[in-house]
Design a protein around this ligand. Structure first.
Ligand SMILES: *Cc1c(COP(=O)(O)O)cnc(C)c1O
Length: 370
């Protein structure tokens, strides 16, 4: 690593979280590694999820499925829309996909679809993709089967599993069960739960869970999960600045007294968005406020005393939880992770030590493997 601004990904904790989810639910784990594994590296997470005993990998598009297919023969499910015209890819690379609607099914059966694998998506309240009406669902199922499509699974997706006190999840599950009972046919995979539901919602019908964020250590109830990901940089410039001077673009921060200001090499081009202005970072055992605007590649912090160049700075991790950061930025952990840019070097920890370092844009400095 040259510029010392990096994302540290603890694969030991990732595996433990996967194992926890499997043990806690006693169901098959469908490891959701869409969007490049929420920004952390889909192939590496896939390998570790497989090591930890997952049954299937889930992604959001054909491109993502092909990326993961290069490293594993494991079952792969595409959760989002696939154009039925791409059925050849599904067959060639043995990838399953979601049934989006009855009209989607009618398009698929016009293609060479024999041998394609699908999971029926029941829309129980998300109103995103899936079939709502149980008679349409039955029609879709019959059309698929009569055209040689393998209907490998049935699933739905909860809209409010982060608030299980509301009755929404119960109502969605009841609709799902009704659709399932109406079809009255066996499925290899029956799955409703995302991370929050897998942890706290119980049902006696499903045999698999689809988890993403919980494998990374975050969920509404994360008391049994271990955080996987931390973001660090280091101090690159420290100086005294006089009372009355200002910091950064727009001169938004004016000093009321002489202060010590340090610069750190991270900015919005790393996914550390401008809204972070005024929040705190952790350095040398203290919390230091970000002063002035966040620039594209750098930003400034106010220190209570001189701290040496090259001192490590935590943006989130052990001392500043990603959940707290999300709350302060009025967003969710998912969005912060997905926005971390490819410019950040990723350092992977396995068996307690650094096993690999990579910058997807600069292969020459990459090293290590697992
Ligand atoms: C992203 C996604 C998941 C995983 O959600 P988490 O909250 O990260 O566990 C599960 N199912 C579907 C359909 C998804 O799109």
């Amino acid at each position: 690593m040259l510029r010392k601004t990096w994302l540290e990904i603890n694969l030991d904790n990732f595996k433990k979280n996967c194992q926890y989810l499997i043990d806690h639910t006693n169901k098959k784990l469908i490891a959701v590694i869409k969007a490049n594994g929420y920004g952390l590296g889909d192939r590496y997470l896939a390998k570790c999820a497989i090591d930890a005993g997952c049954s299937m990998l889930a992604v959001s598009s054909i491109e993502e499925a092909l990326i993961v297919r290069e490293i594993t023969d494991k079952d792969i499910l595409i959760l989002g829309y696939v154009d039925p015209k791409e059925a050849d890819y599904l067959k060639k690379y043995d990838i399953s996909c979601a049934v989006v609607s009855l009209s989607w099914v009618k398009e698929l059966i016009n293609e060479d679809c024999k041998g394609v694998k699908v999971h029926l998506k029941v829309d129980t309240g998300m109103n995103r993709i899936g079939i709502k009406d149980k008679k349409e669902l039955k029609e879709a199922y019959d059309l698929l089967v009569s055209h040689g499509v393998e209907v490998e699974g049935i699933f739905t997706h909860y809209a409010c599993s982060d608030d299980l006190n509301s009755n929404f999840t119960n109502e969605q599950f009841a609709k799902f069960k009704e659709a399932y009972d109406y079809l009255n046919v066996p499925f290899k995979y029956i799955h409703c739960d995302n991370s929050d539901a897998a942890i706290d919602f119980k049902d006696d019908l499903t045999n698999a869970i689809r988890c993403g964020i919980a494998m990374l250590g975050y969920a509404s109830n994360d008391k049994d999960l271990l955080p996987v990901c931390s973001l660090y940089t280091q101090i690159t410039n420290v100086k005294k600045v006089n009372k009355g001077e200002t910091i950064g673009y727009g001169a938004t921060y004016r000093l009321d007294e002489d202060e010590i200001i340090a610069t750190i090499p991270i900015g919005y081009a790393d996914g550390f968005i401008r809204r972070n202005q005024g929040r705190k970072v952790y350095v040398d055992g203290i919390y230091a406020p970000l002063v002035g605007r966040i620039c594209m590649d750098q930003c400034m912090i106010k220190l209570p005393y001189m701290i040496e160049n090259r001192t490590k700075v935590e943006l989130f991790g052990e001392h500043i939880s990603l959940k707290l950061m999300a709350k302060e930025l009025d967003t969710i952990t998912y969005e912060i992770l997905c926005n971390l840019s490819s410019r950040l070097t990723r350092i992977y920890i396995l068996d307690g030590k650094k096993c690999m370092e990579c910058n997807s844009r600069l292969e020459t400095i990459n090293n290590g493997t697992f």
